[in-house]
Design a protein around this ligand. Structure first.
Ligand code: MSP
Length: 533
């Protein structure tokens, strides 16, 4: 294992309804990165979870005739935890903001800031969107019918809130934040997100109301029992409390915190960028804790041009797709076709087209052809290649290039570029096999040996070794397929487990050796018909 550590988080999701492919999108992306870093031998930790306090969850519970605690307990157990298996997420931990440890540590954090003079009492008045759980800036609101002001994200009316509560002096951190962005140019990515954050901090930074007094579903303000902490300043702390923030530094949890913090990467949708890139580092600065290393904002999944959300009728549950296409195709599709950082649209037709051409007819068919030919012509035993020619050199160079491109793209969080580099390489192998026509070479190949048999051996060895590279490079995106491929290639007996293959060395040619036992297993991607039913 290398010395590097990689701690990645997804947002924690509001438990107001079942998950949608929108919320699953960030979890899958974080999972691909976590698996990739693990496959580099890094000490990796992947955290996800649920955000359970605040008005939005409280109202959803009320609408369902349940207490917020019963409502969230049920949804977390029946939906939010199971969906992680549906999408094949490999999270190391799952935090709920109702966990007593989190509650206690959040109170400790705010009590410390209160004691150090970083909290003051004042009157708040302004627009609030419950769906965002966010105080809005008047100039950013949309005009609705009859002069009603609407949230620009949800297009629903905002509430006018007037309360006496506690404030965090966010505006005081303006210069410190700007200096921090300057010194850490990759703290907010992509570049468009960074620019948005910097211009927001330069122009619109106001102090933040951190408590609410008109309802009680939240963490009690430790110095004032009549107020609860604002849901966002409770939720953001999950990234730190889950890895031991607030524990005695000499305790087990305290040592874990010292080894994991600061987080390497918070992945977030662009709707919650400001919370993560402005409020969160300012809170940590006030407490003397290091800010995370990076916040990356991705785009939205759109359906009919609108952001898909779990509370809208346009929500699609991940199972609806996975039940038909499988979790690997699901992951492949969303990670490959949407430029990570931009918005993207989902359609069943597009998913089906990509599945059919790239996975069923592409990779799946390639693996079936290669394993079948090794079985037919060499009794399933990978032959020793003879001298490699120009075409083989091209394949070997293409593998190196795919591995380097993918590894470099992962470091830029350009997940779609990484997946595409591997997919393009699979197409190159397919093209190679089609051009070399091993089935024709086989007609001239005598079982006793000779030039044609040597050539056939070279072609099939080259294809199998290239597929070894695909298995390692696709392992983070399509874990089940990669394992099935590893099995089909008989790679484990020679190279050990797939998990033990360092993705940084995936491009080194010649790792699979003659003698590997190839099996023709079940089709990796069976053809799927979709109907308009
Ligand atoms: N609870 C807060 C986050 C707190 S993090 C400390 C929250 N929750 S949410 O349930 O509304 O989920 C928000 C996140 O889910 C988005 O930022 C994004 O990561 C993901 N997505 C939800 N819908 C999405 C799309 N339609 N498209 C892409 N991602 C989406 O905000």
């Amino acid at each position: 294992m290398s010395d590097s550590t990689f701690y990645v988080t997804s947002p924690i999701y509001y438990v107001t309804a079942a998950p949608s492919i929108g919320s699953a999108y960030t979890t899958v992306a974080a999972d691909v990165l976590a698996r990739w870093h693990r496959q580099r031998g890094e000490n990796t930790w992947f955290l996800t979870g649920t955000d359970e306090h605040g008005q939005k969850v409280m109202q959803a519970a009320e609408a369902n005739g349940a207490t917020p605690q019963d409502f969230t307990d049920k949804l977390v157990a029946e939906e939010w935890k199971p969906v992680l298996d549906v999408i094949d997420a490999s999270n190391d931990d799952f935090i709920r903001t109702t966990d007593p440890k989190h509650v206690e540590r959040v109170q400790k954090f705010w009590q410390t800031l209160h004691d150090s003079g970083d909290v003051y009492e004042g009157d708040f008045e302004g627009p609030y969107c419950v769906a965002c759980e966010e105080f809005k800036i008047a100039s950013e609101l949309l005009d609705g019918e009859g002069g009603v002001k609407l949230c620009p994200i949800h297009k629903t009316p905002v509430d006018l809130v007037a309360e006496r509560n506690y404030f965090f002096p966010l505006s005081k951190y303006k210069d410190k934040l700007l200096a921090f962005y300057e010194e850490n140019p990759t703290f907010v990515q992509p570049e468009s997100a960074r620019n948005e954050v910097i211009s927001f901090v330069k122009s619109d930074l106001h102090d933040l109301s951190i408590s609410r007094s008109t309802f009680d579903w939240g963490i009690e303000v430790p110095w004032d029992k009549d107020q609860v902490l604002y849901v966002w300043i409770d939720a953001l702390l999950n990234y730190a409390t889950a890895v031991g923030y607030g524990a005695d530094p000499d305790s087990e949890d305290g040592k874990i915190f010292a080894s994991r913090w600061p987080a390497s990467l918070h992945l977030v949708g662009r709707d919650i960028l400001r919370f993560h890139a402005v409020i969160w580092p300012a809170m940590l600065m006030a407490a003397g804790v290091a800010p995370p290393q990076q916040v990356f904002a991705h785009g939205w999944l759109l359906v009919g041009g609108e952001k898909m959300s779990k509370s809208k009728a346009n929500a699609i549950h991940p199972s609806e797709i996975v039940d038909t296409f499988g979790s690997d195709a699901y992951r492949y599709y969303f990670m490959k076709v949407i430029a990570f950082g931009s918005d993207g649209s989902f359609s069943w037709e597009h998913l089906h087209a990509v599945y059919t051409s790239e996975l069923a007819n592409g990779l799946g068919n390639l693996v079936a052809r290669v394993t079948a030919m090794v079985n037919k012509y060499f009794d399933g035993v990978l032959p020793e290649p003879a001298a490699a020619g120009e075409a083989e050199a091209v394949v070997a160079a293409a593998l190196k290039n795919a591995a380097d491109t993918a590894n470099e793209a992962i470091d830029r969080i350009a997940i779609n570029e990484a997946v595409s580099a591997v997919a393009d390489f699979a197409s190159i192998i397919n093209g190679y096999v089609t051009e070399q026509e091993p089935w024709k070479v086989a007609k001239d190949a005598l079982p006793s040996g000779g030039a044609a048999r040597d050539r056939l051996a070279t072609i099939l060895y080259t294809a199998a070794e290239a597929l070894r590279g695909v298995a390692v490079l696709h392992a983070s995106t399509m874990p089940k397929t990669a394992l099935a491929l590893w099995d089909a290639l008989g790679a484990e007996a020679q190279l050990g487990s797939l998990a033990a293959q360092n993705v940084n060395n995936a491009g080194d040619w010649g790792q699979l050796r003659a003698g590997a036992i190839l099996t023709k297993g079940a089709s990796l991607f069976p053809r799927i018909e979709i109907t308009d039913a």
